[in-house]
Design a protein around this ligand. Sequence first.
Ligand SMILES: [Zn+2]
Length: 412
Amino acid sequence: MKRILLMILFSLLLCAAVFAPVHSQSQPTSSLTIIHANLIDGISAAPVRDATLVIRDGRIETVSTSKTEIPAGTPLLDLKGRWLLPGFVDAHAHLADLPAARRALASGATTVRCLGVNHFVDIGFRELNHAGVPDIPDVVAAGYHVRPRPAEEFFLDIPKMKDLMGGVNGPESVRRLVRAMIDRGADVIKIMATERAGLPDTDPRKRVFSDEEIIAAVDEARKSNVYVAAHAHGDEGAAAAVRAGVRSIEHGTYLSDQTLTMMKEKGTYLVPTIATVIDLIDPGGDYDDPVLSVRGRAMLPRVRETTAHALKMGIKIVAGTDTGYGPSSRRRIPHEIIELVNIGMTPMDAIKAATSVAATCIGVDKRTGSIKTGLEADLIAIERDPTIDISAIQDVIVVINNGKIAVNRLNW
Ligand SMILES: [Zn+2]
């Protein structure tokens, strides 16, 4: 805790130093020029060597080669040949409190899709980020899971829906729950199409919700231009969700060829969260249970096989950790990038799966997820070339969030 506080204090001091006012006009501008960066923009097939990037007022103003003239008077960040990438987009996490949100950002995730937390804290993170708080990532928020038994905390937030404490049954009840999330400001609806994997007494292969109920969720969300992400391990529940028109299948462990074919046709994203299945097996971390460890060992080869197959079929694959970024969490978004390389993706494609492709999947590609003029300056720097050795992706030494340096470990 003390370390985190020191880190935040250090970052704030650094920001203050870097963003000392350049002009004394009524409209304060903040700028930063990054030089000598080897640039991976999250879209192109090849890196750009020795790039210069000008950031103004939180956005990327120009991206060019080092021959460009550097605007006079702007603060400089010399990366000395280190690698600059878009900030990671973790398409599946559960941030429960501010320290978790800060940990996500400190590990390089400048955008997180939060797929189920209590008390709508995800909406709070999003608002803090949009209000300019530098150490909180941008968040795409789902509020609570839409499931047959909503988390009890939901009824503390919205007591007038107490009649659903007995269960969410039938399309009309599902619609009411979806509307409750959207009324509180959710950007996405997270629906459970199968039971969870992370509890010893659940069966992740078992379907929940009928066709009619999932269709009702997708339809109700669509009325407000909100999409649905479906948690599904088992094939029957996943197929129902894909048929109903969800944007993404989360996990997808036991997907059949038939369901994968349907996903390919419909453009449904797959967010396999392989890193969290490893976490089921490993001692410690978010899970530490002998039943889950047996289950995880059975699931791991399946989810890897399914993801490799999906990749060959041309299904859009997105990186997500499914972690809480808690004090004992052991997974971070770079782990999932490495897992995607392990199942056959090229390092460049795995990086895209955690940047531009993830941003498109979760609906923020117009503002972040790649390095190009006009987008938010959400950036990270790493020490070495990740296209040669993907393990380099773990060594995040700089995090820039909306143009502000949130983390600086250049002097490690
Ligand atoms: Zn999850």
